[in-house]
Design a protein around this ligand. Sequence first.
Ligand code: GLA
Length: 338
Amino acid sequence: MGPEKVVAFGPGRVNLIGEHTDYNGGLAMPFAIERGVTVTATRANRWEVDALDFREHDEFSKPNRVRGWKSFHRGMIAELRAAGYELHPAHLVLTGNVPRGSGLSSSAALEAALALALLGLSGEDPPADLRDLAKLCSKVENEWVGAETGLLDQFASLLSHEGHVLRIDFTSLDVESYPLELGDWQLVTMDSGATHNLAASGYNQRRAECRAACEALGIGSLREAGDLGALDGTLLKRARHVVSENARVDATAQALEAHDLATVARLLDESHASLRDDYEASVPEVEATVARLKAAGAAGARMVRGGFGGSVLALLPPGVARPESALAVAPGPPARLL
Ligand code: GLA
């Protein structure tokens, strides 16, 4: 028997570096941010869900499949039950402050908050290894919401450490944390304003190209890639981005240990150039936003997330003021019951 009411919070995330590496068995370095999604769950006789920010309502007795926002909570209920948890029906109230479509992963924030609220209300402990819960959240996103994403966002929302970035190895699923000591430097994100229709199809096409590169090289994942000599054209470019991006994640870890933020900024620039030229995942609005941030004094700036729109992340050196439309981001705590 659980409590009458619980409130759970799931944070959005920023990925410092390591883009398009998660589904390639590679390395990434995200952190949870302060903004996120809050789910308030109260015991009820049947399922009822209110999405305050969209003024939408859902009611059901069995969580069958539907499209759109309802697929998140219905999928979460079904997958938690399939994993053996006994869930008590609830009235769920959802609200968030992550700008949707900005690339700060409101989806993973919602999944993490839903999972913790549903388990908490039912008196069920989350798995001792939260990577298992992150995988379950990702399953909901892949199989119920229908987005073919990797594990990056769910790992970041559930496993982050305040004041730290995670170094996630998507082959071993090992997670380490590194202190992110910014001192007088600031990390900011700025929305490019581009919400491209290409986002989902472009992302899925890149995944298919990476699979094709693996087939051509006779390997299971680009993490195993050594010599890329057997590739040319588009597949060579895609593989070169992934291999070089993994190296930049480790270079960033070293720079953070050395408190060398100027090198981190340079690595952000190199990541952006690789995503633009080799991964071809940029769009004019994103390029204009990078240029704006650099003109405002950013030492490094790069596109984040799946590409084809969304936000730009920039590192501002001491003395450079945050541009008005930019949001300051810093590593906050992971998803939790409040
Ligand atoms: C999206 C996906 C992640 C990851 C990034 C690219 O944000 O949700 O799983 O693949 O794109 O790094």
